[in-house]
Write a new protein. Structure first.
Length: 80
């Protein structure tokens, strides 16, 4: 099996009233999640939403930069 990963830039709003995931400016995904930015809860939800968007298992999505910031870089792995 060959595998490859895609790097996705995201901008996250934690603690939002409504969740959304949309393409923002310059190819950045704008994501709002209801979970607060505490104990990694918002990050976990962001990874779950990205996994659903790209139709990959949740374990294939990892935050590689910006764990404690609104702007993040996320690796989305694919297996062929």
């Amino acid at each position: 099996m060959a595998s490859s990963a895609r790097l996705v830039r995201v901008s996250v709003k934690a603690g939002a009233r409504r969740e959304y995931l949309r393409e923002g400016t310059k190819g950045v995904l704008d994501i709002a999640v209801k979970e607060p930015a505490e104990d990694g809860r918002a990050n976990a939800r962001v990874c779950q939403l990205i996994a659903e968007l790209y139709a990959v298992p949740r374990k294939s999505v990892k935050i590689v930069a910006g764990h404690t910031h609104a702007r993040k870089r996320v690796s989305v792995g694919y297996t062929r």
